[in-house]
Design a protein around this ligand. Sequence first.
Ligand code: ATP
Length: 267
Amino acid sequence: MTSIKIPPEHPRAESLRTREKLIECYHKGVVATAGLIAHGRGEAFDYLIGEETTKPALNAIRAAASALLLAERPVISVNGNTAALVAEETVRLARIIKAKVEVNLFYRSRERELAIKELLEKAGAHDVLGVGEDASAKIPELGSERRRVSPQGILVADVVMVPLEDGDRTEALVKMGKRVIAIDLNPLSRTARKATFTIVDNVVRATPKLVDTARKLKQDLTKCHQILLDFDNKKNLAESVALIKDRFLRLSERGGCFFSEDEERGF
Ligand code: ATP
């Protein structure tokens, strides 16, 4: 239940609804206090990319879906913000690609683990890993609580999807030989730079697109091999940064902030 009524015609209705979801889940113990701040950082970058799924993001989504479909032991790692914003889409994706779903938290507490597990189960998940004693294995070289993983999940996964991740763990997972898929609005973050596939997009927009793409590509797995051969994460990430630069250039040429609302959003 949202605590305030957001008028549908409000120009930032979607963004406000997302905030309300997070605040509601914060009060339920799903989202950590720092999760609210992290979302703010994400929102700032969403402004920079124009609040839409860009071409490089779509390329990364296709590559990520291909990697997940071809994986032998795919795992989707879920934190508080991901559970709050895209629990149903995450479960749908896990079903299509036959992935395990594992709770992994920077601010880990038994209460938060259970609250996230409950939210995922309400969305249709079974066998949620990484809760309680199940998070008994450790990722080497990591100091934070994020090092604790399930021996049946992230520890043995070949492809790990980590929406809204921190750079340390992304790097550690890549060092373990895993392919890592990150969804991060900040193309400059360590996560974005260390991941094998970086989707620079809002998790709210990217996850449903990942579901649709995986569903379509599942019909033609040979296509997935070619998509992976053609994908270059560094190049794709550079395109995301260039897109922000070009957008700013265009907007500045039009006279700074003196443009219409339509132009404000557009490219
Ligand atoms: P790193 O350790 O990778 O450099 P960081 O220190 O910025 O990253 P956090 O503080 O955990 O990491 O911030 C969370 C990251 O998640 C930010 O980079 C932010 O852009 C991103 N983010 C927050 N909300 C969303 C969202 N809804 N969709 C996509 N990305 C998001």
